[in-house]
Design a protein around this ligand. Sequence first.
Ligand code: PEP
Ligand code: MG
Length: 745
Amino acid sequence: MAERFETESRKLLGRLRDAMAGDDPGQARLDKITQLIANSIGCEVCSIYLFRDEETLELCATEGLNPDSVHQTRMRLGEGLVGRVARRRQVVNTADAPSARGFRYMPETGEEVFSSFLGVPIQRLGESLGVLVVQSKQAREFSADEVYALEVVAMVLAEMAELGAFVGEGAAMGARHSQPVMLRGTVAQEGVAEGRIWLHEPRVVVTNPIADDPHRELERLTEAVEELRVGVDKMLSLAADKEQAQVLEAYRMFANSKGWMRRMQEDISNGLSAEAAVEKEQSLARARMGQATDSYLRERLSDLDDLSNRLLRILTGQGADTGAEMPADPILVARNIGPAELLDYGRNLRGIILEAGSVGSHAAIVARALAIPLIVHVDRATLEALNGDHVMVDGEQGIVHLRPDDTVVTAFRDKMAMQAKAVERYASIRDKPAETLCGSVVSLHMNAGLMADLPSLEGSGAEGVGLFRTELQFLVRNQMPKRSELSALYARVLDAAGGKPVVFRTLDIGSDKVLPYMKPNDEPNPALGWRAIRVGLDKPGVMRMQLQALIRAANGRPLTLMFPFVAQYEEYTRARAEVDKAMEREARLGHVLPEALKVGAMLETPSLAFSPQKFFEEVGFLSIGGNDLKQFFFAADRENERVRRRYDTLNVSFLSFIERIVERCTQTNTPLSFCGEDAGRPVEALCFAAIGLRSLSMRPASIGPVKSLLRRSNLDEVRRVIADARHRGDMSVRPAIMNYLRDQG
Ligand code: PEP
Ligand code: MG
């Protein structure tokens, strides 16, 4: 029985291929296909519904329904049985369609006489393209074999659609990958860029979905899986640590999975080529991945997805070594990317577009360090983009213009030209101080975290590095860095700074920053959990190692360091004691001690602002970590898109709070600076200066715009605007400041 079924299935696929071979236009091909399927399965009706737009399905071809309803009958995603198949990406198989949940009667089609309904999604690698339906008068459920056969056919249709087989006269379907597309996402690093698409994982194109010779295809699959297994074993033998080995073990389990292999062999026996079989199983896994709520299951499905990609590359010879050349102006598109891989691309990239990712992800941190515009959460980016496509990234609005038309290109280039002019203007004040019209001088420093940042010290006009985030070195590696490596690196940072001050912040991990080689803690609320100095004090090994590395790197030069996330006085004194201990130890070991040592704390929790006077007297300096401080002040998660922009930094309550910190530091002569992202926003920086901050640290690209505004401003006037706004009871001083700036031109 099974064999007869396989023969039937192969015969149908063979006929489909013949139907595709002619020069027929797209619509004629679709018509022929519905006819072939209806005859072969022995049903009165076969219809193909394709997406018109993201939300609408259209009947594009039918055998058996009223021909006049073709291109007339439409339904929304989720509407009726067809809409349900498309939304859930699951088969609907019923003997009594009119009574099935969700059924919607389409009078123009004449379908009321058909009782049985079988609909399968037409999908390719998780992208839903449409629905293939068969219907019959006889009330019966379709057998598992029939469902399976229709799925195989749907798979072939999806591949053909990808190859543009249904495009043309009377267009059943628009040509894919040729129209302009606008995609939206979330800005993770600002900036605008124009360039050509470079896919991190090139799209594999399957040109032969139907097998000519199933025996040969089975052999090809076996050979490719063998190559895959050897590859995974090799990776496993090179695994750097236990954690990585565990991930690879899971890979090996899948690569050796009999179930996976058997399903692909069945697909081939039913007429698919080896690569189409791999893709069919991959599509099913992706559909399940979209629905899995269990994170463990999702991860395993994602492993399977990755293995399928590798297998496809082996089978098609496409992939990393396609010989395709990276364009001169590459804009990277990926589902997601790790920080180390991003560093490998380095500054070559003009922009980055990610489907997943998050504003606080490691990749985002690296993109920021490299000053490359990054947009995350861009749905469908890897599906819509092809290598070499023209693209414009608007990292201010969070918009990607893929294959833009001329009007968009002109408008976008105007915007880029205006920005380039501004950059020129900033360069002309690079060596001038940020001195306001009323004579106050604000010192501007830059934030850094990678060696790659250091060249910006010269170009930006920063007076030094106000925040060196040391965790980046830990995040971009697969294993804990050694003390000697760290010390060499910190020494290079100090060398590159050429005598300008550098404030090293000790390891700030936990919360959103999870080291790949450390066991993640399952905490109910990581931002309020075991992070930063809390980890350093409870498990001081790494902190001690880092302190030693810093002292050795300074090698007699001045050393400035600060501890992140200090919430109470005692945490600072304990950490400070560790520094003293490290100094003593290093002296005993005969190392040269720094000629001057400054030890400070980051003020990132409101509690620290209310600590005893003694703390302010004792601490070497304070740096306000506004990103964290603001999230705790307003109780609004900085990682949560829904709330992270809800409260304005220029809200009078927050400004008053910062002002209070400035006052306390003034009383005790404690040096104070602000190093959160807000310091790099010109209007915010202006208000901070007006309430008394005299040191700001920001990303290098912000120094020009901030300095330019400060040099044109009078802080006495700004103070008056703030006072008036407070007096009126404004919620935020922003509107008043913006009006004032507008009046000033
Ligand atoms: C901050 O919280 O403002 C800060 C500078 O530290 P990070 O962004 O690294 O948490
Ligand atoms: Mg912080």
